[in-house]
Design a protein around this ligand. Structure first.
Ligand code: SF4
Ligand code: FES
Length: 251
């Protein structure tokens, strides 16, 4: 166990625990934008900064990926910390002035208008969509493309995402809501024998892909992309019959 101090309170935690985890366990609020418990920390947004003192040295570190150390003294709410957070959120507000989560975080930090030139972007480059796809789903359908101001999330070569299975994990995790999918009824699609079948289709707009939805073998409701079922049968070794029935109809 590691012993340290956070906001004047003596605390203990296991050695690989991050400052953010400890703070959350102690009900200390640290704002985050690119952190998710299910994913490895990436340290992209820098909103979660705290001040960390070890010996005579004081540093600003990102709490989501900085593990606690013996004897460290952490402060989560100093003027220096708040100044960094304000600058981070101000830059994000200038980049994404119409994104609700950014406006809310900015307001919490007392920023309503950025001093910088406004853009109208809807992606904060947090990378959660890329990480959930790779780390949780086990696919690498999307990644970062471009540099500097033209950096964005895209499938390889900006082509339709060949590896995408239409699971929607990226839609679920995206904090800004910029990734969208739509289930369209009575649309034609290619059948496995090369012909055309009518049915429900899932469109992943951002990744330029469309998927035929499989119908539940029990109630007939379209419930999962066929390609996702095939992927799960192969990757998780689950009998196909178990995956071809929707959650409601499962015994
Ligand atoms: S699309 Fe959404 S989840 Fe992906 S990097 Fe942008 S804001 Fe983050
Ligand atoms: S939450 Fe820590 S850098 Fe984004």
């Amino acid at each position: 166990m590691i012993t340290f101090t956070i906001d004047g309170i003596q605390a203990e935690a296991e050695s690989s625990t991050t400052i953010l985890q400890v703070a959350r366990d102690m009900d200390i609020n640290i704002p985050t934008l690119c952190h998710h418990e299910a994913l490895q920390s990436y340290g992209a947004c820098r909103l979660c900064v705290v001040e960390m003192q070890k010996g005579k040295r004081t540093r600003i570190v990102t709490s989501c990926n900085y593990p606690v150390e013996d004897g460290m003294v952490v402060r989560t709410d100093t003027e220096r910390v708040l100044a960094v957070r304000r600058l981070v959120i101000e830059l994000l507000l200038a980049r994404c002035p119409n994104v609700t989560v950014i406006k809310e975080r900015a307001q919490e930090l007392g920023i309503t208008e950025p001093r910088f030139k406004k853009d109208n972007n809807f992606c904060i480059l947090c990378g959660q969509c890329i990480r959930v796809c790779r780390e949780v789903v086990g696919v690498e359908a999307i990644g970062f493309a471009g540099r500097g101001v033209s950096r964005e999330v895209a499938p390889p070569f900006f082509d339709p995402a060949r590896q995408c299975i239409g699971c929607g994990s990226c839609v679920y995790i995206c904090p800004t809501g910029i990734i969208t999918m739509e289930d369209v009824k009575d649309a034609p699609s290619h059948s496995p024998d090369g012909g055309s079948v009518m049915g429900t289709q899932r469109i992943m707009h951002n990744w330029k892909q469309t998927f035929r939805m499989a119908e539940c073998k029990s109630c007939g409701r379209p419930f999962l992309p066929q390609v996702q079922i095939d992927f799960m049968v192969e990757k998780c070794n689950i009998p196909r019959e178990e995956l071809e029935v929707c959650k409601t109809c499962k015994p």
